[in-house]
Design a protein around this ligand. Structure first.
Ligand code: NDP
Ligand code: 2IT
Length: 458
């Protein structure tokens, strides 16, 4: 089937939703990714608001789009040559109706307030979908770790937390990792937090190391979860992952473990990428080698290709030009545009599961939906990471540690429940159980909206 970008039918918007969207754009000029994320959610809510006029009356949409609190702060630090640098730190505490603010920290030169607000807004619905009693927040900095020494990264993390610590707490706000923030950075932040408050508050951060109050399966959780979600989507069409060929974008935390789980379940991942290019490896990506290149040596992806005769490194075009049955975009926002979607559809792609946050543009999503491609939005498909963070918080609160098998099986069960809840809401409100975009937004929204109604005008 040929689908043209001009065929895409936008969802009809009610007057109320149009007014709220206009106000969001007016109040946050230039924050395009935030507007995009808000529009994707609000455009699905028409049928919910029709059935529940009390949400409109209580101004739930207006309150949801306005963070409870947002912090911006200076992060000064000294490099190895003695030069002083000044970065900007952010923490947007978006919504605490269901639990303490929860969400990751991103360190990337492209980070600005709009980026953090988009990620924090997504987190509201994602965290609600997990059913784990967590509110939503997000933070980070425009600091750029690659090329920096260990000592510089440590000093940056310490400076970042020296300001942020006063806003954190296991009942208040609990950060974790995101792009370029992993167990190394979280370790430096946890150490500095502990030194300042003089308390080993395990539950103040998640994604900690296993030996110091971290949880088994947290490192793997987002990537594994995105593959579990893909498996559930395919099962609704009587298909499974066995014998399929996949493309995964990115080669960081989410991508690596998506590849590992896809291989375990019988799908061969033939390509992955980083910001410099992509590798095609018809024999299937060698996960041990990829981990060595990316996690141990922190090197570029071409070093994978250099060490693997069956792999080719490509710098032209996009990883999404590679023909495959299923796709897991696991790098960054808006990396998969409508031209990529059209190519993938032409190649016969069956399903897309978003490991990253909003990696597909609105036009790409619309094309996939029009073409009947199963599409799992990040809020649902990548919720396994934050869900396992909530499991880490449970273990910390009980001063205990579950086995890897126990934690991994809880993650699998949570992903099954998220999938079922998403489909139920899609069927009820969008009259199409395959409309995962509406199902995920609505499934999260109703839980948060009901809690906000019950808690009054706060
Ligand atoms: P990592 O930093 O571990 O990996 C990110 C990967 O994406 C790298 O391969 C990186 O390439 C690539 N990438 C990042 N930015 C760009 C860009 N602008 N253009 C092209 N490639 C880019 O991060 P994660 O794997 O943790 O995060 C990936 C995505 O998953 C993000 O959208 C994040 O928000 C989302 N996510 C993460 C969760 C987690 O638990 N970590 C949970 C849920 C969602 P390079 O090294 O060249 O920059
Ligand atoms: O986008 C995300 O869900 C994350 N980066 C993980 C957040 C968390 O608190 O584990």
């Amino acid at each position: 089937m040929t689908v043209l970008a001009t065929d895409i039918r936008p969802r009809p918007l009610s007057d109320h939703v149009t007014t709220v969207l206009r106000s969001v754009r007016h109040r946050s000029p230039g924050e395009e990714v935030f507007h995009q994320a808000v529009e994707e959610v609000l455009s699905t809510l028409g049928p919910v608001l029709e059935r529940h006029p009390e949400y409109v009356e209580a101004r739930i949409l207006e309150r949801l789009c306005e963070p409870e609190r947002q912090l911006m702060f200076r992060v000064p630090w000294v490099d190895d040559t003695g030069q002083i640098h000044v970065n900007r730190g952010y923490r947007v505490e978006f919504n605490s109706a269901l639990g303490p603010f929860k969400g990751g920290l991103r360190f990337h030169p492209t980070v600005d307030l709009g980026t953090i607000r988009f990620l924090g807004f997504e987190q509201i619905f994602k965290n609600a979908l997990t059913g784990q009693g967590i509110g939503a927040g997000k933070g980070g900095s425009d600091f750029d770790p690659p090329g920096r020494s260990e000592a510089e990264i440590m000093r940056f993390c310490q400076s970042f937390v020296t300001e942020l610590y006063r806003h954190l707490g296991e009942h208040t706000d609990i950060p974790a990792g995101d792009i370029r923030v992993g167990v190394r950075e979280l370790g430096y932040m946890f150490g500095q937090y502990k030194r300042i408050v003089n308390r080993f508050e395990a539950g103040v951060l998640t994604g900690k190391g296993i030996g110091w109050a971290g949880s088994h399966a947290r490192t793997e959780a987002t990537g594994y979860g995105a593959v579990f979600f893909l498996r559930e989507m395919l099962a609704t069409r009587g298909k499974n992952l066995d014998g399929l060929r996949a493309v995964v974008s990115g080669s960081g935390n989410v991508a690596i473990y998506a590849i590992e789980k896809a291989h375990e379940l019988g799908t061969t991942v033939i390509a992955c990428s980083d910001s410099g290019g992509y590798v095609v490896d018809e024999n299937g990506i060698d996960v041990a080698l990829l981990k060595d290149v990316k996690e141990v040596r922190r090197a570029r992806l071409f070093e994978y290709a250099a060490a693997r005769p069956s792999a080719t490194y490509v710098t032209e075009g996009s990883v999404f030009d590679v023909a495959c049955d299923v796709v897991l975009p696991c790098a960054t926002q808006n990396e998969l545009g409508h031209e990529h979607a059209a190519t993938l559809i032409r190649h016969g792609v069956l399903a897309v599961s978003e490991g990253a946050n909003m990696p597909c543009t609105a036009r790409a999503v619309a094309l996939f939906r029009e073409a009947g491609v199963l599409f799992g939005p990040g809020k649902a498909a990548n919720a396994g990471g934050v869900a396992t963070s909530a499991l880490e918080m449970q273990q910390n609160a009980a001063r205990t540690s579950w086995s890897r098998a126990e934690t991994a099986s809880r993650l699998e069960e949570i992903m099954r429940e998220i999938h079922a809840h998403t489909r139920r809401n899609a069927a009820t409100y969008a009259e199409d159980p395959d409309d995962y975009v509406a199902g995920a937004a609505i499934g999260g929204f109703v839980r948060v909206a009901d809690a906000m109604l019950a808690q009054g005008v706060v």
